[in-house]
Design a protein. Structure first.
Length: 55
C-alpha cells in the first residue's frame, strides 16, 4: 500500500532561485517531500526503512 504522506513535519528550508525550497518528512514512511518556491510540483525522495533494533 502506497503512503499518502498525510503526517508531515517541516524539517527545514533552503534558499533557491526565486525563493526557498521547503522540506517536510513523512512521519509514516520516512520520505522527504521538497516543495520548490513556485509550488509547481512536489518532489518526493523515498524513505529508507530502518532495521528494527534487536534486544
Amino acid at each position: 500500500m502506497e503512503c499518502k504522506h498525510v503526517k508531515l513535519r517541516k524539517i527545514g528550508v533552503q534558499s533557491a532561485e526565486g525563493g526557498v525550497n521547503v522540506y517536510y518528512v513523512c512521519e509514516e514512511c520516512g520520505s522527504v517531500l521538497v516543495v520548490p518556491p513556485d509550488k509547481s510540483s512536489i518532489y518526493i525522495v523515498p524513505g529508507v526503512k530502518k532495521e528494527e533494533e534487536r534486544p
